[in-house]
Design a protein. Structure first.
Ligand code: SF4
Ligand code: SF4
Length: 433
């Protein structure tokens, strides 16, 4: 095999022809690895393949479809676009595949969406509507930009200048202000001054996730420049989707490493874990709850730092220089567990599918906008696991997870409580900041 120039650039789907053509249809991307499989009941990790029960919807189907598109053997159709977009880009397939083969499945799925947009076929009409809102109103929810700081109540006092900048995100700014308020109060309780961006805009998660790469890049550059101008050393987020955007996808689309951003990207769970361990925060209140923690995909298996790579692929697919694969192993799994289990009264229980094998909540990356039924189904599927382990409450560390789970509980008139990590921590420290 003659050597070929390749890179991880998702704007060139040709970079992933090898990955698409080497899928052996073993379905390691769909089944939870047998070593961790708790039984037959929760044995799949791919929401799309589990919901639609047809091979085209699994990563193996998408790899074959992608290859046929690149080779001109297949035309776009409504069903084909549904296959490309009724997928939460949750990365479960990617870590599953890399248990056996070093194929870049997640990047291929992203590259196929970029291609669909460039071919004038994608994204879905609902995505275009949300994209218009991001571009015109700087949020994905159609809300008025002037209300973005409406979450700030009397006791919350951001500093004009601080080392830590809290990037709130669209969901916590508008639909879940309780998360933004709790985060600000936890920061105050730990004695950490924080500032906000003078004019915060959406992170652009949906733009990137649906393949609108040019619009996403423009927004990424604007946002990164805005943070650099503030001189902040640390960008703190309380949203998992935002965490992945800032830490992984901004560097990816700007062609730099995470380390080259010029500031660190930290999720609240990491900060609180550190503060608890060094005694800067203490839990004063008991919370008597049997609690299940849901790993948000973008805080866990999708959150490893980004390092650009370009080189050659030669005989037997060997790449040169060596490429350190992102396998999801170094995601943020333990900090939220350590924090939650140290709250007096909390009994933290694990669901059958956890950590790298966690089942996506179904909300993210454009799924709920275009396929609300699928998003609701994924949340309900996850809730059966919560019931299975007898938890009284479900906690995640992302407003999108909270929103999707809470809606599923309400729809079924369930009694399960759904919390964000920030709310439980604030209750446990017992301070109002
Ligand atoms: S695990 Fe990888 S090689 Fe196996 S079917 Fe899935 S995508 Fe293909
Ligand atoms: S990203 Fe998630 S939903 Fe999409 S194919 Fe992979 S495992 Fe399935």
């Amino acid at each position: 095999m003659p050597k070929k120039e390749v890179s991880l650039d998702v704007t060139r789907v040709e970079n992933f022809v090898f990955d698409m053509s080497r899928c052996v249809k073993c379905k390691g991307c769909t089944w939870v690895d047998h070593v961790y499989m708790p039984g037959v009941k929760y044995s799949t990790r791919c929401p799309s393949a589990t919901r639609y029960l047809f091979d085209s919807y699994g990563a193996y189907g998408k790899m074959r479809i992608g290859l046929a598109l690149v080779e001109g053997r297949l035309e776009y159709s409504d069903e084909l676009l549904k296959i490309l977009y009724a997928c939460t880009l949750c990365g479960a397939c990617d870590v599953g595949c890399k248990r056996n083969l070093d194929l870049e499945i997640e990047l291929t799925l992203e590259a196929l969406r970029v291609k669909a947009v460039r071919d004038g076929k994608g994204p879905m009409p609902e995505h275009r509507k949300a994209a218009r809102s991001i571009i015109e109103k700087h949020n994905s929810l159609g809300a008025a930009h002037k209300n973005r700081k409406g979450w700030i109540t009397d006791g919350i006092k951001p500093s004009p200048k601080a080392d830590v900048l809290y990037f709130v995100g669209c969901s916590a700014s508008y639909t879940h202000p309780e998360i933004a308020r709790a985060t600000a109060k936890i920061l105050a309780a730990s004695g950490t001054p924080f500032m906000l961006l003078p004019d915060e805009w959406c992170c652009g998660n949906m733009l990137y996730s649906v393949g609108m790469i040019d619009e996403a890049r423009e927004l990424a550059q604007r946002n990164v420049d805005a943070i650099r101008q503030t001189g902040a050393k640390t960008l703190l987020v309380s949203c998992a989707e935002g965490y992945r955007m800032w830490k992984v996808d901004y560097p990816k689309i700007l062609g730099i490493s995470t380390a080259d951003l010029g500031f660190g990207v930290v999720h609240l769970v990491e900060y609180v874990d550190e503060w608890i361990k060094k005694g800067a925060l203490k839990f004063a209140n008991r919370i008597d709850l049997r609690l299940a923690y849901h790993d948000p995909c973008s805080l866990s298996r999708l959150s490893e730092p980004w390092v650009p790579w370009a080189g050659t692929r030669g005989q037997w697919g060997v790449v040169d220089p060596p490429l350190e694969r992102r396998r999801g192993t170094h995601g943020v799994y333990q900090p939220p567990r350590d924090v939650l289990s140290s709250i007096p009264g909390v009994e933290l229980v694990e669901m059958p599918r956890m950590r790298e094998n966690a089942f996506c909540c179904g909300a993210g990356r454009g799924t709920r906008e275009a396929f609300p039924d699928f998003a609701a189904w994924a949340a309900e599927e996850r809730l059966t696991e919560v019931g299975e382990v007898g938890a009284e409450a479900l906690v995640s560390a992302c407003p999108w997870c909270k929103d999707n789970f809470a809606q599923a509980v309400n729809k079924n008139q369930g009694s399960l409580k759904v919390f964000d990590f920030s709310e439980l921590v604030l209750s446990a420290i017992g301070r109002e900041g």
